[in-house]
Design a protein around this ligand. Structure first.
Ligand code: HXC
Length: 262
């Protein structure tokens, strides 16, 4: 594939002023995650993280398929040290470290690395026709981007191991029932719902949103006492923001707050 075509493995646009959206664009390979696609997703996450005007990121594969996993064609002959040198974990890390909320908008298959990509996001909006799975075991390997770790935290041991050990996908209503999906909607309403959620979050005070995300995610891996302390300290810290004054004053004045992220 030409460099120009590969550069378009992910399309980035701004559907609303405070929202940046990444759309995987490899329909010929069911949006399988090639290296250029992974690099573009990492760049996207860094942009969401650092650009002041952007308050939420949306990752989607478009209306047909989210992503069918890592690109098997690029992996079939790989040796361990070649995988090590690719340093793919650093690209995933950029997504995991994004301080602002990320929403996965999922239609169709979210398999393997595609499912892991959705699980890197904070909210998952899925169409009823979506399917989630970790089929790595069927091609002789295992998940390598948090599938064994994030799924078990999201749905619990017994359900996670069903997906991990059989490699068989579950449908979106089951994924929603298991707690993997935030909003289950008609296939045609996935992006509209993701944009609506993004819009709601974008109207909230950005510094509070960032701290809530950070503390909720960090706390999930901490003893309760440490998580509670972190929460308390971060809550106190927010009393140093102009948005705290604005939020509480607006409430008392019975008007809409105007949060500026200050
Ligand atoms: C490369 C892929 C691909 C993938 C699909 N394609 N998935 N190419 N990597 N992960 C390509 C097919 O080769 C085919 O190309 C085209 O997309 C259409 O796919 P079909 O199989 O013909 O479509 P369909 O019958 O509808 O089946 C859809 C599917 C199936 C169920 C999603 O494609 C599938 O099972 N894909 C593999 C899913 C998987 O195993 N993912 C995990 C990968 S490992 P051609 O050229 O033939 O038209 C992983 C973790 C790695 O993600 C972590 C360690 C580094």
């Amino acid at each position: 594939m030409s460099e120009a075509a590969e550069a378009a493995a992910v399309l980035v646009d701004r559907p609303e002023e405070p929202v940046l959206r990444a759309t995987l664009n490899r329909p010929e390979a069911m949006n399988a995650l090639s290296m250029p696609a992974r690099e573009a997703l990492a760049d996207f996450a860094r942009r969401v993280d650092t650009e002041t005007g952007i308050r939420v990121g949306i990752i989607t594969g478009g209306p047909t398929v989210f992503a069918a996993g890592a690109d098997i064609k690029a992996m079939v002959d790989a040796r361990p040290m070649a995988l090590h040198r690719r340093g793919i974990h650093r690209l995933w890390q950029a997504i995991a470290e994004c301080r602002k909320p990320l929403i996965a908008a999922v239609n169709g298959y979210a398999l393997g690395g595609g499912c892991e990509l959705a699980m890197h996001c904070d909210l998952i909006v899925a169409g009823t026709g979506a399917r989630f799975g970790l089929p790595e075991v069927k091609v002789g390997i295992m998940p390598g981007a948090g599938g064994t770790q994030r799924l078990i935290r999201a749905v619990g041991k017994h359900r996670a191991l069903r997906l991990l050990l059989t490699g068989e996908p579950i449908d979106a209503p089951t994924a929603a029932d298991w707690g993997l999906v935030t909003d289950l909607v008609h296939d045609d309403a996935v992006m509209e719902t993701a944009l609506s959620l993004a819009g709601t979050i974008a109207r909230r005070p950005p510094l509070a949103v960032e701290h809530i995300k950070e503390v909720a995610l960090a706390g999930a891996d901490l003893p309760l006492s440490a998580g509670l302390m972190l929460e308390r300290k971060s809550m106190h810290l927010l009393f140093d923001t102009a948005d705290q004054t604005e939020g509480m004053t607006a409430f008392l004045d019975k008007r809409r707050p105007d949060f500026r992220g200050e």
